[in-house]
Ligand binder design. Sequence first.
Ligand code: NDP
Ligand code: 2IT
Length: 449
Amino acid sequence: MVVIDEKLEPILNEVLRRNAGEQEFHQAVREVLESLGRVVAKHPNYANNALIERLCEPERQIIFRVPWVDDKGQVQINRGFRVQFNSALGPYKGGIRFHPSVNIGIIKFLGFEQIFKNALTGMPIGGGKGGSDFNPRGRSDGEIMRFCQSFMTELHRHIGEYTDVPAGDIGVGGREIGYMFGQYKRLTNRYEAGVLTGKALFYGGSRARTEATGYGATYFVERMLATKKTTFEGKRTVVSGSGNVAVYTMEKVIEFGGKVVACSDSNGYVVDEKGIDLDLVKELKEVRRARISDYARLKGAGTHYVESGSIWDVPCDIAMPSATQNELTGADAKTLVKNGVKAVGEGANMPSTPEAVRIFQEARVLFAPGKAANAGGVATSALEMQQNASRDSWSFEQTEAKLATIMRNIHDLCAQTADEYGAPGDYVLGANIAGFVRVAEAMDALGVI
Ligand code: NDP
Ligand code: 2IT
């Protein structure tokens, strides 16, 4: 395990003590603090005024009851969260997740990661995250709408264009953003387009936001491959998940000449040696809200579905975990390395366990951490905010070109920072340090707040 700098160890210990039982939050903080020893050695001022301690403590944490009525007339209760972690660089910005596994520790890990990710984009956005333990699976459209309305009935008092700007994440896509925006508009009597991002095009959304996270992760990996004078062309690629990030990762990988041979959902994974038929995945997931097992059932010969099991058993050159946290374990990383994986690009937030990251790095596999590689989603959200603020709307090409530039800049910033701090090729260190320095400079300038 990486040793934590002696100045930073008491900070980590205090985070562990104060946030007992929040394992994912501990994991996220530990990973960042492991990278910061070299910064504090070079710039001791960043350790002054308890700057790092303040960075690890959310500015505000909101937990609320979300009552709603299901289709049978039964009252259901869920728990809602919004963690407003850091606003040194701009209004809090980050997604909302609806998944039964959501708890305060999960939202804090996501909010903490978001601070550095958003800083890496170079755009004026702070870090936050929200969600609920509501399980959308099997719920009717009416139930989803009533849940979203109830969730927003409380959340609306805490957000705003200049305060906190939520977007989607797991279980929250265009439909849910629409219902939440509708309720916000009704409660506030304001058409405040910039209060949420990920909106549909006809009421203030940005072109390319839907595609942005997956496209962005693929641009990042393309740039990373270029440092080794190689490309996606002909590379076997495995993408976990089949949601928003996974679908648009697959789309761009295919456009770049890669061959996507497997994808998954929480029940299992499907392998198609001819290359995944993305139109079918989109039809199943975006229209029918069906299971990935249906892919193999409909396609038949040449494809197979594996219930449970690990998608990382499928041999590939490039792995793009795009489902959820800790979905790629140390054992999976060993299998991938044994099978000759050359690059790993995290579309999801923290999908690789710390052991998996260590195994990839020791094997000198190109490894792009989520907070850098998946920043294209939030960056395009910031572009949506720009369009809303100027009451403008850009073409797909213009927006995607900006996204591509942002991703290449993030890649280069991480690579240069890793070089500067004596760890060439270590994108984890590069991302953590580069993101931290931007936030630290702003926090330092703002005084003890
Ligand atoms: P979606 O809800 O669209 O899709 C999530 C996908 O991951 C589904 O295929 C889902 O399967 C699978 N999944 C979710 N939870 C689990 C689990 N516990 N075990 C196995 N599979 C699971 O979400 P997104 O695509 O938006 O998000 C995916 C990841 O990307 C998350 O880590 C998110 O935080 C991250 N991310 C998202 C961004 C965005 O713009 N949307 C931006 C940056 C990061 P099933 O349908 O069976 O649940
Ligand atoms: O994890 C993430 O970066 C997101 N879910 C997107 C956040 C956003 O505000 O677009």
